[in-house]
Design a protein around this ligand. Structure first.
Ligand code: GUN
Ligand code: ZN
Length: 337
């Protein structure tokens, strides 16, 4: 396949190449999958200028161009995107035995406390991003902790590596240990300062991050919506409908709302660039609202099985009449690798 090119190629890589020309959920995979056992991808000015069989492309490239050959045991593809991941949970992958709410209290919150220490946060951020790159992940939507320094730790290292990361400080003002709580006001001020410092800096993007409805007061959710109004090109990430007990809890905390998603919708948190983790147990009405508002689901299969949260029906969510945008996430700490 030849790609039209006007930009001069600066470098090229060679090896087996896998790419897709369409969505394999909508068309038969063999119609949209392109596999080139010995291909060359050339690039210049931040764009791909050439792609095709090595024997064809080689002749089209300037004679002095450097071609890095990765050999037959490699696979060249677009970078993977992790749409939902908690970097602070890197050291507790595989902590076993509980469903969501007990798992948070027993393992997750005590671990996140350690990120008050910037040195510790930086060391884990480094290890986490290195593991992402080793697994082909070049872009992620990342939860940090309630401590702003954990966000600095992640963004500093991501920026050094040239990775595209959307991330944010967790906003959490109730139903968690005292040491992890902020307030509606401090979460607004700290998130705003981080947006001003980082959003749009090279490849770094900010995601306003209320953890999930049970750990935010109505005031804090309102603040999250107001902050997003001020910075509408930021992302917003949170969790929804992961676990049946969690859903009942949300109903008891917000009895005046129609359901879980309506809590977020009420506070202006359902829009394009909203990334809702899990969404396993969303109702048909909620899937319609997700579609109408342009909100997206981050589906985390390994986490869902590990915590026994349930099966997410991706085809139902994406069905043609009211397709909801769905990405794949690792969730990381709640997974096994
Ligand atoms: N819901 C609220 N916080 C979390 C978390 O850290 N992990 C998962 N899997 N679900 C959550
Ligand atoms: Zn999560």
């Amino acid at each position: 396949m030849n790609v039209p090119h006007t930009v001069k190629p600066e470098a090229a890589i060679r090896g087996p190449v896998l790419t897709f020309t369409g969505d394999p959920f909508k068309q038969a995979p063999d119609e949209v999958m392109v596999y080139e056992p010995d291909g060359i991808v050339a690039f210049g000015g931040g764009k791909i200028t050439h792609f095709g069989p090595a024997e064809v492309i080689e002749k089209q490239l300037p004679p002095d161009i450097e071609i890095t050959n990765y050999g037959p045991d490699s696979l060249i593809s677009a970078g993977f995107l992790d749409s939902h991941v908690h970097f602070p949970q890197t050291p507790m992958i595989g902590a076993f035995g509980e469903q969501l709410l007990d798992w948070l209290n027993t393992y997750t919150f005590p671990m996140e406390r350690r990120y008050a220490d910037k040195t510790f946060a930086s060391a884990v951020a480094k290890m986490f991003l290195n593991e992402c790159l080793k697994n082909g992940i070049t872009t992620s939507c990342v939860y940090c902790t309630v401590y702003p320094q954990s966000v600095d730790a992640l963004f500093e290292e991501a920026d050094r590596l040239g990775m595209r990361i959307a991330g944010g400080k967790v906003m959490m003002d109730r139903n968690a240990p005292d040491y992890l709580l902020d307030t509606a006001q401090t979460s607004y001020e700290e998130s705003k300062a981080l947006i001003e410092k980082w959003h749009g800096h090279n490849r770094i993007m900010y995601a306003i991050t209320p953890r999930f409805a049970p750990t935010s007061s109505p005031e804090q959710l309102a603040v999250a919506g107001a902050l997003w109004d001020e910075y509408p090109d930021c992302y917003m990430q949170t969790h929804i409908a992961e676990n049946l007990e969690e859903i009942e809890w949300v109903k008891s905390l917000f009895p005046e709302r129609k359901g879980y998603l309506d809590v977020y919708d009420h506070y202006g948190l359902c829009r394009p660039r909203a990334v809702f983790g899990h969404g396993i147990h969303l109702t048909e009405d909620e899937l319609c609202t997700m579609h109408q508002t342009g909100s997206a689901i981050a589906h985390c299969p390994t986490s869902n099985f590990f915590l026994g949260s349930g099966f997410f029906n991706a085809r139902l969510a994406m069905q043609e009449e009211r397709p909801v945008r769905v990405g794949i996430g690792t969730d990381l700490g709640a997974g096994t690798s």
